[in-house]
Design a protein around this ligand. Structure first.
Ligand code: URP
Ligand code: ZN
Ligand code: ZN
Length: 423
C-alpha cells in the first residue's frame, strides 16, 4: 500500500480514449454533445478525448467519419481523435478501412459482438482483424454475446421482469465473448484493445492472455471503478435506469476494487469513461421494457477524480501509475505519444495542476455535463484539477471553467463603410 504526503502535482492532461458525444440511440441523441462533453472533460482535467464514428451495416465508413469530423470540429473545446466503428464486412469496408488509415490518420477500429445493428459474426470479425493487421491498425472490441443477451432478455420480459434489473440479469459476464475475440485476433496476428472491461471474469481473461504473451490491452471505465450494479435494484426507476449501460455494472460490490487492482498492477492499461449520457426522461422510453432504455452513463468529467480517489488515495497506485492509466498509456496505444501524454519540450502544452489535498463532492447539480443525472452522486473525491491548460491556454482556474471574457475598449470612432446603393 502506498502512503504519501504529496503537494501539488503538474501532470499531463488526461486522455479519455472512450466517449460518445454524438451517439443516436433509439432515435435520441446523447444529452452531452461535443461542446458540453468537452467542457466537462476540461473541468475534470481531461484535455483530449477519443470518440467513435460508428458506421452501421451498409453505411460508408468514410462518409460517417467525415460527418463526425464536421460535427465535432464546430463544437469541441479540446483536442479530439476518432475511432471508427465497423459493423459489417465486405471488400468496400476493407478498402475504406485502408483509406481511413492512409489518408485520415485513423488507426483504431471498433468491432462489436453485441447490438443487433452492429454485431459481427466470427468469420467477419476474423476478416476485419486481418485487415487491421495488414494496415497496421489496432482492433478494438465490445465483447458481449449479443445473441444470448437477446434470448435472455426476452425470457425475462416474458416472466414480467421489465425493470432495469432485467438489463444486468440478461447479460452474462463478458468472459466468453472476450476470450472469443482474443482468440480470433490472435489467429489473425492482430493486437486487440478490449474496451470497457466491466467484470472480474473478463478482466481475468485479459490478464491471462497477456501472461501468455498475446498483445491484448484492457480498458477500465470510471463507472466500473467508482460504482456498482446494485443500483439496478434501486426502488426508484429513474435512479436504477440511470446506471443502465453495456456491458452492465456488476451487482457485486467487490468488482470495482478488483478492477482497480488490475489497473494498478498493469493488467489493465487505460481508463476511459464511455461517456454516453441520456437524461432521465430519455431513459424513460424504456419504462415498461428495459430493452428500450438507452444505454450509457456519465464519467468524462469525473474520471480523473474517481481514479485518484479509488486508486491513489486508497493506496493502490502511485501517482506515476495514475498518469499512465489516465493519460500516457492511451497516448502510446493510440499513437499520439509523445505529442500527448507527457510534459516535455516538443509535446503539446496540455497540463493539469492537480491538488491531491483538496476534495470535491460529485453532483449532477454542479457538474458541467448537460445530463440531469450523475452515477457518482455524493461521492467525495480527493484530487481536484485546480488549473487546466489545453494547448497552452488556461481554461480552468481555481477549479472553475473560464468563461469567455469581454475585452474593455474605447468605443470605435473611425470610419464605417456605408452599405447600400453602389456598394
Ligand atoms: O452503454 C454504453 N456503453 N453505451 C455506449 C455504447 C458502447 O457500447 O460503448
Ligand atoms: Zn461498447
Ligand atoms: Zn462505448
Amino acid at each position: 500500500m502506498y502512503i504519501y504526503y504529496i503537494s501539488y502535482l503538474n501532470i499531463p492532461g488526461g486522455i479519455d480514449p472512450h466517449t460518445h458525444l454524438n451517439l443516436n440511440c433509439m432515435g435520441m441523441n446523447t444529452a452531452d454533445d461535443f461542446y458540453s462533453g468537452t467542457k466537462a472533460a476540461l473541468a475534470g482535467g481531461t484535455t483530449m478525448i477519443m470518440d467513435f464514428a460508428i458506421a452501421h451495416k451498409g453505411e460508408s465508413l468514410v462518409e460517417v467519419y467525415d460527418k463526425y469530423r464536421e460535427l465535432a470540429d464546430s463544437k469541441v473545446c479540446c483536442d479530439y481523435g476518432l475511432h471508427v466503428g465497423v459493423s459489417s464486412w465486405d471488400d468496400k469496408v476493407g478498402t475504406e478501412m485502408e483509406t481511413l488509415t492512409k489518408e485520415k490518420g485513423i488507426n483504431s477500429f471498433k468491432t462489436y459482438l453485441a447490438y443487433e445493428e452492429n454485431m459481427l459474426e466470427d468469420d467477419e470479425l476474423y476478416r476485419v482483424y486481418n485487415k487491421c493487421r495488414d494496415i497496421g491498425a489496432l482492433a478494438m472490441v465490445h465483447a458481449e454475446n449479443g445473441k444470448i443477451i437477446q434470448m435472455k432478455a426476452k425470457e425475462l420480459i416474458d416472466i414480467g421482469v421489465t425493470g432495469p434489473e432485467g438489463h444486468v440479469l440478461s447479460r452474462p459476464e463478458e468472459a466468453e465473448a472476450t476470450q472469443r475475440a482474443i482468440t480470433i485476433a490472435n489467429q489473425a496476428n492482430c493486437p486487440l484493445y478490449v474496451v470497457h472491461v466491466m467484470s472480474k471474469s473478463a478482466a481475468k481473461v485479459v490478464s491471462v492472455a497477456r501472461r501468455k504473451g498475446q498483445v491484448v490491452l484492457g480498458e477500465a471505465l470510471a463507472a466500473g471503478l467508482g460504482t456498482d450494479g446494485t443500483n439496478y435494484w434501486n426502488k426508484c426507476w429513474r435512479h436504477a435506469a440511470g446506471y443502465v449501460m453495456s456491458p452492465p455494472l456488476r451487482p457485486d460490490s467487490s468488482t470495482p476494487g478488483y478492477l482497480m487492482d488490475l489497473l494498478a498492477n498493469g493488467d489493465l492499461q487505460c481508463t476511459g469513461s464511455d461517456n454516453c449520457t441520456f437524461n432521465a426522461d430519455q431513459k424513460a422510453i424504456g419504462k415498461d421494457d428495459f430493452r428500450l432504455i438507452p444505454n450509457g452513463v456519465n464519467g468524462l468529467e469525473d474520471r480523473m477524480s474517481v481514479v485518484w480517489e479509488k486508486g491513489v488515495h486508497s493506496g493502490k497506485m502511485d501517482p506515476c501509475r495514475f498518469v499512465a492509466a489516465t493519460s500516457t498509456a492511451a497516448a502510446k496505444v493510440f499513437n499520439i505519444y509523445p505529442k500527448k501524454g507527457r510534459i516535455a519540450a516538443g509535446s503539446d502544452a496540455d497540463v493539469v495542476v492537480w491538488n491531491p489535498n483538496e476534495t470535491r463532492t460529485i453532483s449532477a447539480k454542479t457538474h458541467n455535463h448537460a445530463v440531469d443525472f450523475n452515477i457518482f452522486e455524493g461521492m467525495i473525491c480527493h484530487g481536484v484539477p485546480e488549473v487546466v491548460i489545453t494547448r497552452g491556454h488556461v481554461v480552468v482556474e481555481d477549479g472553475q471553467v473560464n468563461k469567455p471574457c469581454k475585452v474593455e475598449r474605447e468605443p470605435y470612432t473611425g470610419p464605417v463603410i456605408q452599405v447600400g446603393a453602389g456598394t
